[in-house]
Design a protein around this ligand. Sequence first.
Ligand code: ADP
Ligand code: ADP
Length: 222
Amino acid sequence: MEFREVALTYPGPPPVEALKPCELTVRRGEFVTIVGPSGSGKSTFLNVAGLLDSPTGGRYFLDGIDTGQLPDHARTALRGRRIGFVFQSFHLLPHRSALENVALAMLYTSVPRAERFTRAREALEQVGLGHRATAVPGRLSGGERQRVAIARALVGRPSLLLCDEPTGNLDCANAASVLTLLDELHAAGMTVMVITHDSEVAARGRRTVTVHDGRLREQVTA
Ligand code: ADP
Ligand code: ADP
């Protein structure tokens, strides 16, 4: 990911300069945590990184592609191929099993139905929940639910995982299981970017970027 003077102003009224011109380069395989006060621009930054929002200034390159030059359908396709999202709330369908929830992420793709379930099973195994495939979300702990949501993010085989407060709704033990999983995915080569309020999570990052009033500041850690 290369951010070159990337800025985003929400049009308003009144207009909000949520991101002021930002410079950042994240290489493949890095684990970056994003910290900063509420309203500082963290989610906006992650949404730009994930091609959910388009910057209103500067250029954002993903895998060398100048994403600002892409037509909408190509941006959507690039997002689908490269990026997995994890949010604070799990957004699982309550009446579907863990396996179905993961498989549903591929519903509007060209992947045939049987293959969707094979891949969903693999993704659940990857997050350590192969044995819980038939459980509905209400039967799972918070940590397990978030791991199902992570399996759903992984099922498209992304190279980049973007997480917005992934442990924000979890108690310590469940948060720990999610963090261990993110570490494992990183160790297996995934590029991971995590927004967090949790100093425990921030400490896992090999790099920490602080957002303050729409500006990024890199924390230099040993
Ligand atoms: P954080 O994730 O750090 O809490 P956000 O990126 O959500 O911060 O928000 C940054 C700023 O942009 C805040 O002032 C917020 O109120 C504003 N903002 C966020 N989303 C929108 C939007 N869709 N329209 C207008 N302003 C927004
Ligand atoms: P909160 O922090 O309020 O619990 P979330 O972390 O669930 O919110 O979501 C953060 C932002 O991402 C919100 O703007 C939400 O609309 C958006 N979002 C949540 N889930 C998805 C999803 N599956 N796909 C795209 N955007 C989503």
